[in-house]
Design a protein around this ligand. Sequence first.
Ligand code: 3H9
Length: 702
Amino acid sequence: MVQINAVIDLTVTEAIAVITADSPPVNALGHAVREGLLAAVKQAVADPQVKGIVLGCKGRTFFAGADITEFGKPLKAPGLTEVIEAYEASPKPVVAAIFGTALGGGLEIALGCHFRVASADARVGLPEVKLGILPGAGGTQRLPRLIGPERAVAAIVAGAPMPAKAALADGIIDEIVAEPIAGAVAFVKRVLAEGLPLVKVRDREDKIATARENPAAFEAAAKAATKKFAGVEAPAACVESVRNSFTLPFDEGMEAERKLFMKLVVGDQSRAQRHIFFSEREAAKVPDMPAGVKPAVIKKAVVIGGGTMGGGIAMCFANAGVPVTIVETSEEFLAKGLERIKKTYAVSVERGALAQAAMDKRFALIAGTTDWNVIGDTDIVIEAVFEELGLKKEIFGKLDKLAKPGTLLASNTSTLDVDAIAQSTSRPGDVVGMHFFSPANVMKLLEIVRSKHSSMESIATAVAAGKLLGKIPVVVGNCDGFVGNRMLARRSTECERLLLEGATPQDVDAVVLKFGFPMGPYAMGDLAGLDVGWRIRQARGTVAPVTDALCEAGRFGQKTGRGYYIYENGSRVPVPDPEVLKLAEQKAEAAGVKRRNISEQEIFERMFYPMINEAARILEEGIAVRASDIDVVWAYGYGWPVWQGGPCFYADLVGAKAIVAALEHYAELTGDAGLKPAKLLKELAASGGKFGDIGVAQKAAA
Ligand code: 3H9
């Protein structure tokens, strides 16, 4: 074996050179990897003993892409394209040995090889669009030549990895093998023995010929793929570049791809998306977690309550292969809950997203009972009953008596005091909040609420459980509404005020949609049900004059066909309602609020700046330990567009100074002291500091 450099080695056995990368954790194609790969292929090509070449990796995966941490910094030669061209130009056959995930640059280098084999559980894809860029090392030029521009544009704009079996059917890989390196060696020997031609992907014309003559099918596929990405730069650039694959010669297509890549990689949208990528991984890290704390192993779970939330949480466990039992108060509720779960799975089967056999397997993992003794034999209990503190405390008292020592006791509360819930047990250290978002089986965010009593083991177990369920766990402190709902409450207050002051639901929703949210706040309220907030306001003795009046009139949103909007004949499309305008006018008059035209700019600032202000307070209080955690909460729980980076990232783009000035103006305008800029925000404005710099290091130093 020859060690080419610290991360690449080369072994020649029976005339086959095996080039292997070993660069943990994911064999990203950073500078040392690129340099070693280039040197290795040059050596293999020059060695007369070598007849064929295999490219593989050690560790947990084939190359997972370019090294994202190098983006935005000056490129150190050789670039990835140069490396790929060296493999492609080899006069000796080169076979890529794929396992784990061949993503982005990882797939691009494999496409530069003459052949590709993969293990059955491997996944391949070009997910660059999710980082706000496009494949920049030939992916947009080579993939269309393998699978056709129509399929390529769909795959590249979606950025989703595909399983080896599908990649085989599409011709992206040539064979599925039991063991990647051995399989690739056998493959290359066969190529040599049979004298198979070495066709470079760049020279293949068959799959792009039709699009050249008639691009209509491509344009239709491009339109369908980008439908939900208006205003987002990367998907449009992906389309443009894939189009080049059949309108330009290969080298010109490559040059154009490079230019598009360079433009996107320095843009704010890509910076935002990379920020979310790294923040998501950072959020699960608990700064004060002592080394050596081990999470408990979760083999069995119990969910208290089989309503929409409880059922969704039970599905998460079943989807992860963990047996789960739902505890309900009556057989009737239990049957209803299980039926709802079955129906939800059945919809996935109908849509082709889940095989019937997989559904049966998952559903079989979900049991139901009215016998609380089941709690004695479980590793985790998640309570998901009605949001009422007294009820939750009573349940936790009961759990305390029944659960074995060490069982994690979690409450799926969205607002309530987790300290108080913990105190209703004799083991408050074992209690945490686990705030799932609706629908729980779909939404990625999981707020893990640590109470002042939560033990480190409990927090570690909750984080591990979240990951097991495929969620993005963010550890937050205990306060009213935690991170997400506490900030949302600020937006809701402004929504109500704006209605009184003269804006319509459609004016405000349009502004929020334009920013990139999938739904505006009023349409969202109608979907969730306006009665939920109404009940909470009644319990707390607060008012929202327009929305309360809508609820009093039985207008709860989509479920009653009317809310802020009208929904005719079961339609989900919101239609503006002049009655709501009239109602707002009456309420404004009664409250002595003068109505006026409200500009788009003002709506925008009042939707987002009060939330940013609240984020600053959340950081001041240590409820979130990093500004980036807040961004993750909003990106994965509330639909904040990832290309806008989250509230704190966005605030840094605008600058604290402008936000402080606007908030001071709105505090004066509305008379709401809650809109006055937070201390931290003012400090950032004065110092020119950024939210992005607020994190663990600063806290530790403070
Ligand atoms: C690209 O290829 C551009 C080219 O077209 C053109 C170039 C010219 N770079 O996710 P995990 C880190 S763009 C640097 O927890 P998993 C990650 O931050 C790239 N670091 O593991 C984490 O660090 P830490 C296209 C990376 O097993 C650690 O590795 N490729 C990269 O759950 C473990 O990550 C992609 O977009 C990277 N490329 O999932 C793929 N990838 O431990 C991005 C990961 O300090 N990666 N890290 O927190 C992934 O999707 C997942 O990491 C993967 C593994 C599925 C591979």
